[in-house]
Ligand binder design. Structure first.
Ligand SMILES: [Zn+2]
Length: 264
C-alpha cells in the first residue's frame, strides 16, 4: 500500500531531491533532474499502481535512481520499469535499479547499447545561448551525467499490448520505439517524448511542440505520431518533461497536429 498522500511532496534532500504528486487514479508523478541554474525539475517518472505492485514508466536520470527505488518500495515494490524510449534522460536511472526492464521491440537494441541515442546531431545544436554554452553542456549531460548506461531488456512490447491497465501506443519518430501508455477509461496518456513542453536547448518551459529535430531519429515521423496521439482524444497527457497537459491544452495539441497534418 502506498504511504503517499495526494498533493506534492518532497522526497530526499539537496539539489537532487525530487517531488511526488498524484496525477490520476493509481498514477503518481516524480519530478527530478533540475539543471542549475534552472529551478524546474524537468525529468518525469510515472508510478502506476497495478496488480499488487508498481509499474514505473520512464526512468528519468541517474541521480533519480535511489528515489525511484525508495518510492517504489514504499508503494509495494517495483514490478518492472517500462521505457517510453531509450534516450539517456529516460533510461537514465534504470541500470541502477534491479528490476525487469521492458520497452518497445524497435527500441530494445538502443536500450541495450552503450549509446541509446546515437543519431543525435549535436552539430546543429547552438553552441551558445544567453544562458551560456549549450551544445557542450547538452553533450556532457547526455554522455556523462544523465545516463547510468545500457540495460538488459527482459520483454519487448508492441502496439496494443496491455501493461498495468494501460495499452501500448507506438509513436515512432523521436525514437524508433517511442511509446505512450494509454488508458481509455479516463482518457489518460503517459506520452514520454511524443511532444515536448520545453525548449530542448535551454530547458525552459514552452508550448507543446514536436520534439526538436537534432534529438530525433525522424522528425517527419515524429509529426505523424503527434497527430496519432491527438487522435486518441486524451483528456490528460503526461509527458516526459514538465506538464501534464490538461483538456484545454490537449485541444491545442490537437490543433497543432491538425496543422501538421494539413501541411504534410
Ligand atoms: Zn527523448
Amino acid at each position: 500500500m502506498t504511504q503517499l498522500e495526494p498533493g506534492q511532496q518532497l522526497v530526499g534532500r539537496g539539489p537532487v531531491a525530487v517531488t511526488m504528486e498524484r496525477v490520476a487514479d493509481d498514477v503518481w508523478l516524480m519530478r527530478g533532474g533540475a539543471i542549475p541554474p534552472l529551478v524546474h525539475r524537468i525529468m518525469n517518472v510515472y508510478f502506476v499502481e497495478a496488480e499488487g505492485g508498481v509499474t514505473v514508466f520512464d526512468a528519468g536520470v541517474r541521480s533519480m535512481a535511489r528515489h525511484i527505488e525508495a518510492v517504489g518500495r514504499a508503494m509495494g515494490g517495483i514490478s518492472r520499469i517500462v521505457l517510453g524510449h531509450a534516450h539517456p534522460d529516460h533510461r537514465g536511472a534504470a541500470a541502477r535499479i534491479d528490476v525487469p526492464v521492458w520497452c518497445h521491440e524497435d527500441e530494445a537494441g538502443y536500450a541495450e547499447a552503450a549509446d541509446g541515442q546515437p543519431y543525435t546531431d549535436f552539430s546543429s545544436i547552438p553552441a551558445w545561448t544567453k544562458a551560456g554554452p549549450a551544445r557542450a553542456a547538452i553533450w556532457t549531460m547526455h554522455h556523462a551525467i544523465w545516463d547510468a548506461g545500457p540495460v538488459r531488456v527482459e520483454r519487448t512490447l508492441a502496439e496494443g499490448d496491455a501493461v498495468a491497465g494501460f495499452e501500448v501506443v507506438h509513436l515512432p519518430g523521436h525514437a524508433p520505439g517511442q511509446i505512450a501508455l494509454w488508458r481509455e477509461a479516463d482518457r489518460l496518456a503517459l506520452t514520454s517524448d511524443c511532444f515536448y513542453m520545453l525548449d530542448a536547448v535551454t530547458g525552459e518551459p514552452a508550448e507543446p511542440q514536436v520534439p526538436l529535430d537534432p534529438f530525433n531519429l525522424d522528425t517527419e515521423q515524429a509529426r505523424t505520431s503527434v497527430a496519432k496521439l491527438a487522435s486518441l482524444g486524451a483528456v490528460t497527457c503526461c509527458p516526459g518533461h514538465l506538464g501534464p497537459l490538461t483538456e484545454e491544452a490537449v485541444a491545442k495539441l490537437e490543433q497543432a497536429a491538425g496543422r501538421i497534418a494539413a501541411t504534410a
